[in-house]
Design a protein around this ligand. Sequence first.
Ligand code: NOJ
Ligand code: CA
Length: 523
Amino acid sequence: MHATAWWQRGIIYEIYPRSFQDSNGDGIGDLNGILLRLDYLVKLGVDALWITPFYPSPMADFGYDVSDYCGIDPLFGTMHDFDQLLRGTHNRGLKLILDLVPNHTSDQHPWFLESRSSRENSKRDWYLWRDEPNNWQSNFGGPAWEWDDITGQYYYHSFLKQQPDLNWRNPLVRRAIFEAMRFWLERGVDGFRVDVIWLMIKDDQFRDNPPNPAYRSGQPSSHRFLPVFNSNRPQVHEVVSEMRAVIDDYKDRVLIGEIYLPIPQLMTYYGKDLDGTQLPFNFQLLQTAWTADALARAISEYDNALPTGAWPNWVLGNHDNARIATRVGTHQAKLAAMLLLSLPGTITLYYGEEIGMTNVSIPPELVQDPAEKNEPGIGLGRDPERTPMPWDSSPLAGFTTGRPWLPLGEDHASLNVANLDQDTESILHLYGTLIALRRSHPVLVTGELRSIAAANTVLSYERLGEGGRLLILLNLGDVPVSVPSVAGEILVATSQYCLSKQPNGLTQLGAATGLIVRLPASG
Ligand code: NOJ
Ligand code: CA
């Protein structure tokens, strides 16, 4: 493979630590639990872990409300446990990426306690205080401005009122967060996934957002206005490039940005002269309709929009969105895996995707997520995609010996790692095979994407470059379709029954099945 950095050729595996592995029987996953499962991740073939926040936190938003950027919440372990995990990760040749949450802190963070204590406090300007609110809405429902009696002003929160937004126009805020980044970089972490990076700078005049003409009642209240003045402001790129400069002071680290924006705006987060995030998360596959046509369009649009030298990346799921097997159907999960792992660049997996985990429906009395509690019943809750990883067929699935903080899926006795590991036709084996194929066939990582096409329900594309030319054929439909006979060697199929010859001489590609074929060099 030509010279690529680890974060370019590697596969990143996202761990939601509460749900991966509990080591002390309190029903909540922890750092020592992750350590216990590292060999599983090595066997799966991934290269890096991204662990969502484990910093000290009141857990109003399950760790995305940080009260100390340089510590470990006792629920997840100690700094010693963290160092052990980092060592265990590196000893196995894996990288470790942390979640950085710079847009907001917890309202219990000492900075905010100071800031709210008086208008004269030296940290007053570290947050956004106003005499009058404007019409900006919280992403978790309701107005984004909270009245604070202590000093008689409103403060701004993009998310919960327990998550006040930092003022990123203040150089001291920048310096403080950059110091926290250095704290972890010095310790040896390999990079950061930056939470809501596109929200970090707000309009300096706090202008009202325009109404959203497409808003309908029943939709989340944050959709009432178009987020023109409180998101994706031009000055954000200055902050992103400053963060990147911090990363670049260290060898071989990565900056990943969480960004939900249309493709043209997303691309600006690579930065001027690529001085922004190395990987602005690409959520196309989470948001595109599951049809050959729509996917072909989204993949081409993304690929064509990449700035020169920018490195692509692809994602099927994360802790904020419905699991792929639920969104597109369990029968499509293997096909989705083949799609994801045959696209160019860096791939990020969400824990459990490799075993085809589905959303777990959560009865109202067990709901944990504030997004669901604040605006119930309209599908905003994220608990269903955050349930414990089922490791084996024992009653608590090997996840805990206590009471799991969220229920296990009803299918955990059959759908679990140990079971699927026994079955060579399982989705888990397919993930392993596809990951290994990316390693043995660098063209899948670095090769060009060519001939993207949708014919009926079949999505097809070629990968061309180092070491050959591959054809990927994916039938997204629920019935078999005729395909031209494929002249080449089948490297991987989602099922051994993918292709069948028909009496009329045609070849059929089975419902929801796919193939990766090596084409003859000149063909
Ligand atoms: C994005 C995170 O992924 C999500 O889980 C969190 O609730 C919000 N940012 C607020 O930090
Ligand atoms: Ca625990």
